[in-house]
Design a binder for this molecule. Sequence first.
Ligand SMILES: CC(C)[C@@H]1NC[C@@H](O)[C@H](O)[C@@H]1O
Length: 448
Amino acid sequence: CEAGPVDDAVDWTDLTRPTPAWFPAARLGIFVHWGAYSVPAWAEPTGELGTIDEATWVRHNPYAEWYWHTIQLPGAPAREHHRTVWGDRPYDDFLDLWKAESFDAAAWARLFRQAGARYVVLVTKHHDGIALWDAPGTGTRNTVHRGPQRDLVAELAAAVRAEGLRFGTYYSGGLDWSVTGFLDPEQPLLRPNDAAYAAYAAVHVRDLVDRYAPDVLWNDIEWPDAGKHRGRLGLHELFRHYYDAVAEGVVNDRWGETHWDYRTSEYQHARENESAAVWENNRGIGLSFGYNQVEGPEHSLDAHAAVRHLVDVVSRGGNLLLDVGPTAAGEIPELQRRTLEGLGAWLAANGGAVHGAAPLSPAVATASDEPWVRWTATPTTAYAVVDAAGDVTVRADHDAVDWAASRTPAGTAVEAQPVDGGLALRLPPADGPAVVGFPLAGTVGPRA
Ligand SMILES: CC(C)[C@@H]1NC[C@@H](O)[C@H](O)[C@@H]1O
């Protein structure tokens, strides 16, 4: 955990502790954005967050989970799409049209385990305010009373844990359009800060903790200002309650305070947070978190690209929380399934360079893009992940690695010769980046 400068209002030192080791060791998690927005499942695949100016982003929002907001905006293509396809139907009709008739939590959990994930984070209430459990105060505006008529949080938590994975919950504390309306659609991040909403949200998160004991509390946007205090429904007591209930629980950094167990980035947004000791990059397989029927292969990571992104993140000390957006019926779209299956096949042969691995000291070796090389390490082994074939030279201090015993994690011997400034490798043909493991000589190893 990193306690930043102590806030005047709250002293976090009593909650400060080392981030539980399971989290950075996990390296890969699966995010799940599934909601009423999965019924229209429509957005313009504009581009990655952090690469599009805000004015364009708001009206041409590639996040399908923001559908209700985007269709409020005059001139937004999504608004025209809604009128054409759905007429003047209100957004809440989508809750009743959401049937989840094909939802098989065990099949999802099996797919996520086979993909090489070690944790799963489910959106339990997104910005539309619709809860995926019988959340206090939501009346019938949840999936237990309407639409699926199931406690989707409970079902997925049980299935994920039965597969040996950890289960976390996402909660949109910062935005809830059902409570506040669209304060100013042109300013999408205007958020509710009053005491009533803060208490409403705190009761929800406490309920999630008490009912599902999530391994991750993933809050989004920020916590309501009126809830940032020491009182019973304040954030400090909420975290205290959480850590008492879930000893190895971790909270992210989107609470608007200076207490977190890890930092987050989102596509290309907030990448400055990737300098933290423990961090997580969040992105969809495509450009949206919720299912977007408009997206095609040209907008999505295939397995090869997903492997490279994961390895790059791990080589810099991060986790990847890779999102799937299921259809309203509860199917994982084929484009996303193929990426998860390919990622899992690669990790089955090379996961030693990812799970439990950390950055390798730059004193030993450094990344390159031509050829594409990233380095990871465990205390005893350095791993070169090389996305090239045949004869390749990688820059490494060969006095620090025992080049004579290099081999792929899958066991194939690799011919390696020290050359000036590095190592010359003769790589076997591989389906995706090749991984070569070098026993580390001496004490040189991953950065602490
Ligand atoms: C990273 C992910 C959880 C995203 N956070 C910001 C939201 O506006 C977006 O829809 C998505 O949930």
